[in-house]
Design a protein around this ligand. Structure first.
Ligand code: DGL
Length: 276
């Protein structure tokens, strides 16, 4: 049995074995967009733990338990060739733990501090994420390793998670929530020197037009999606890809609100919705 399992793991995956892209809500769709343009033939399952949304206000223990448990169940059910945790909050807390328990490649999403530090001219970088992400040691370590001598200003912007969720359901985004995040960050000491803004939550690139407008044309927005897509392409290099069915989205709770996401999902080639 153990031998058969080992044999299976070293074989190339079946062409229809999916990539599993996981987030608490719609944020991971910003990562899916990048993966889709890099690997257009890859079958994808988009998984959202909407029953646990938002992760940003939860404890580390709760997030780690949810993410490891759900990914374990989904790996058994859907047999993905690779899983991407398309969520900064979940990745900065649970990436190591998930890698220990799942026997497939796991790609995480971590705040793009390194590329931001490489391009800042003023030396002052803004970072917006969830409450949970901005307090992680993982982020302290990225700052110490890649942004030494720079000024990294962190802001928790949980309202923007709700704004992105609303936008993808076709609802109006309240400009006040975006403007408030911009003014809270730029009003911090040296905040007016920010020339690069790290979008350290996968929901936020879905609001990039609104954020660009609020921060102005001189601030460069940066996120990790393109890098994640390149990493997934490298890890699956040479593997066959073919879709034997339409792509699916999997949610952890059925709610009337899900119908509002149909358009956003269909625009991304996802036609079926399932509840885990
Ligand atoms: N999309 C998630 C992230 O990248 C967080 C949203 C939430 O609070 O659940 O951090």
């Amino acid at each position: 049995m153990a031998f058969r399992q080992m044999e299976r793991e070293t074989q190339a995956p079946e062409p229809d074995a999916p990539l599993l892209i996981f987030d608490s809500g719609v944020g991971g769709l910003s990562v899916l967009d990048a993966v889709r343009s890099t690997l257009p033939d890859a079958p994808i399952i988009y998984a959202a733990d909407n029953a646990g949304l938002p992760y940003g206000s939860k404890s580390e223990a709760e997030i780690a338990a949810r993410v490891a448990g759900l990914l374990g169940r989904m790996a058994e059910r859907y047999r993905p060739r690779l899983a991407c945790i398309a969520c900064n909050t979940a990745s900065t807390i649970a990436l190591g733990m998930v890698r220990e328990v799942l026997h497939i490649p796991i790609v995480g999403t971590v705040p793009a501090i390194k590329p931001a530090a490489e391009i800042t001219q003023t030396g002052t970088i803004g970072l917006i994420g969830t409450e949970a992400t901005i307090r992680q040691e993982y982020v302290d370590n990225l700052e110490a390793e890649f942004a030494q001598g720079k000024n990294l200003l962190r802001l928790a912007a949980p309202d923007l998670v709700a704004a992105a969720e609303a936008k993808l359901r076709g609802e109006r985004v309240d400009p006040a929530s975006i403007e408030q995040a911009a003014s809270r960050l730029t009003m911090m000491a040296s905040g007016n020197r920010i020339d690069v803004l790290v979008l350290a939550c996968t929901h936020f690139p879905l609001l990039s037009d609104e954020l660009q407008q609020a921060f102005g044309p001189d601030v460069r927005l940066i996120d990790g999606a393109a890098g994640i897509a390149r990493r997934i392409a490298a890890l699956t290099d040479g593997q066959p890809f073919a879709r034997s069915r339409p792509d699916r989205a999997v949610f952890t709770r059925d709610e009337p609100d899900l119908a509002g996401l149909k358009n956003a999902l269909a625009q991304r080639g996802i036609e079926d919705i399932e509840i885990l």
